[in-house]
Design a protein around this ligand. Structure first.
Ligand code: GLC
Length: 556
């Protein structure tokens, strides 16, 4: 695929990326799985027989549903980790960066997936997990083997605080469960650092050999044709070798949610230069989990670090017009002048789905879809949100994830039958189905033109045909709660989005009209609640139903 679309705009600017969590997307090839797991050594990391093994999705399941993505109209798919992994963090504990977990497929499956995605016009991003490996990764096994091992310095080893072996070297806390970000290794009498689970030791990015080894991983996937990388914990890489304590008032918060060290920026600049030099100009979409737009913006550097950085502040807003308006406006003010693009998402594999966070209402989920997909951003959809899925109820006995994230990782239902299009062969899926799976699945939603799925499809089609909605500038209109309204304009065209967060009808006030720069509120293009087709292209009367969003086309 070419570097950029006509006009020199990179393909990812204002694009829509669809996040697939392969374990939860679809299982299509259980025979292939059995065959692969029967090969000698293949099960080294795989869980023992049982639901976790049988009921997990695979890469072939992703390939078979690429037509769903193409029909929906997204630009790219981001695949969460599918690498060999013991599964303590379901793939984010990588034991081999250059292979596919036999549970999920093999390199041939991945190659077929990439080729088919490309033939459908979809780009493919893979998840690059540079901050840490699994403790079963051969690099760590070797590092741990002795204080004098050749790879000792590939990870972050320290003596106990003040020489006391019983005390962790500093006050950092890990994510997932309460505990220090350090584990003690009896054999060598030293501690190793892990921002996440003890089985996810942090790599030492100040060691040039680590940099080279992880760059070789990028090259491996680029040679297989991928179009870019989602970078896990991009803000975590650089570390002060003195590993100073966090100030006591912040020390309770996991370090992964606040680590922001200058040493990360040269690492990202080097990475960016490498990617930009590649003929396909692969994209770097970084996870920068700092919940502070100003700090996140710094990860774009001077246009020479990440191409895109997730800003998660809007994801933490709730169904709250003030919070959303404020955070979206701030992000735009920070990034637009530099021509940078925010990466925004409503849901992910790490947070409750937004419909669930918003109280379970589909109306609210529809409004949020209109807001996100008419915003100036590269939008990232989490698989299943286009079906309006809610989180599953996961009973205590069925919980698997140490970070409590099972409910949003419920399997995606494709069809009405009890296995919902998964080749389960009598086994249970690895997590329970989401609510209403027998009626709320892809097949029923494609068949129903009024479904939320068709709302997403329409929004994506609109974004494709109206460059102002994809690439245009953003201007918020002066409006008070419960209304959020903004205009996107470019290439001589303008669209306005009006969102009523209230549960009563509302009329767009005259002062909003004043700041619109247009004599009218425009012609209705779509409504989150699907106004009857007859009302489309009619002048918008300015009245929004409860929790309704309307997009209009403004005159000339
Ligand atoms: C990122 C991932 C999350 C994972 C963590 C550790 O935050 O999104 O799922 O658990 O990194 O790799």
């Amino acid at each position: 695929m070419s570097r950029a679309d006509a006009g020199g705009t990179p393909w990812w600017a204002g694009a829509v990326i669809y996040q697939v969590y392969p374990r939860s997307f679809c299982l299509a090839d259980p025979d292939g799985r059995r065959r692969r797991l029967a090969e000698p050594g293949a099960s080294r990391f795989a869980p023992p027989d049982g639901p976790l093994r049988a009921g997990v999705g695979d890469l072939e399941g992703v390939r078979r549903h690429l037509d769903h993505l193409a029909r929906l109209g997204v630009d790219a798919v981001w695949l969460c980790p599918f690498y060999p992994s013991p599964g303590d963090d379901f793939g984010y504990d990588v034991a081999d960066y250059c292979d596919v977990d036999p549970l999920l497929g093999d390199l041939g499956d991945l190659d077929r997936l990439v080729a088919e995605a490309h033939s459908l016009g979809l780009r493919v991003l893979v998840d690059w997990v540079p901050n840490h490996t699994s403790d079963r990764h051969p690099w760590f096994v070797e590092s741990r083997s002795s204080r004098f091992s050749r790879r000792r310095d590939w990870y972050v080893w320290r003596k106990g605080r003040d020489g006391n072996p019983g005390l962790p070297p500093n006050n950092w806390r890990r994510a997932f469960g309460d505990g220090p970000a350090w584990s003690y290794d009896d054999a060598s009498g030293e501690w190793y650092l892990h921002l996440f689970l003890p089985s996810q030791p942090d790599l030492n990015w100040s060691n040039p050999e680590v940099v080279e080894a992880m760059e070789a991983v990028l090259d491996f996937w680029l040679e297989r044709g991928v179009d870019g990388f989602r970078i896990d914990v991009a803000h975590g890489l650089g570390k002060d070798p003195a590993l100073p304590d966090l100030p006591p008032e912040r020390a309770w918060l996991p370090v992964a949610a606040q680590h922001d060290d200058e040493r990360t920026h040269p690492i990202l600049r080097r990475l960016r230069a490498r990617l930009d030099a590649h003929p396909r100009a692969p994209v770097a979409l970084g996870e920068v989990f700092l919940l502070d737009a100003t700090r996140v913006a710094r990860y774009y550097g001077a246009g020479d670090e990440l191409h895109l950085a997730f800003d998660f502040v809007p994801m933490f807003c709730g169904f709250d017009p003030r919070c959303l308006r404020r955070s979206l406006q701030q992000i735009d003010e920070l990034l637009s002048p530099a021509g940078a693009w925010p990466a925004l998402a409503l849901s992910s594999h790490d947070r409750p789905r937004h419909r669930t966070r918003y109280g379970g209402s589909e109306r609210r989920a529809r409004l949020a879809a209109v807001l996100l997909l008419t915003m100036r951003a590269t939008a990232v959809l989490y698989a299943g949100e286009e079906l309006g899925l809610e989180d599953a109820t996961v009973l205590e006995a069925d919980r698997l994830d140490p970070g409590g994230r099972d409910p949003c990782r419920a399997p995606v239902p494709w069809t009405p039958d009890p296995d919902h299009g998964w080749a389960l062969e009598g086994s249970r899926p690895w997590l329970p189905w989401p609510p209403e799976a027998s009626t709320r699945h892809a097949a029923s939603q494609w068949a129903d033109e009024t479904s939320i799925l068709h709302l997403y499809r329409e929004l994506l089609a609109l974004r494709r045909t109206e460059p102002a909605l994809r690439l245009g500038e953003l201007r918020f209109l002066s409006s008070a709660d419960p209304l959020v309204a903004f205009v996107r304009s470019g290439g001589g065209r303008s669209h306005a989005t009006f969102c009523n967060f209230g549960d009563a009808p509302v009329r767009v006030p005259a002062d909003a009209l004043g700041s619109l720069g247009s004599p009218t509120l425009g012609q209705v293009v779509l409504s989150s609640l699907g106004r009857p087709a007859a009302h489309r292209d009619e002048p918008f009367d300015g009245v929004l139903g409860p929790e309704e969003a309307v997009v209009t086309r403004l005159a000339g």
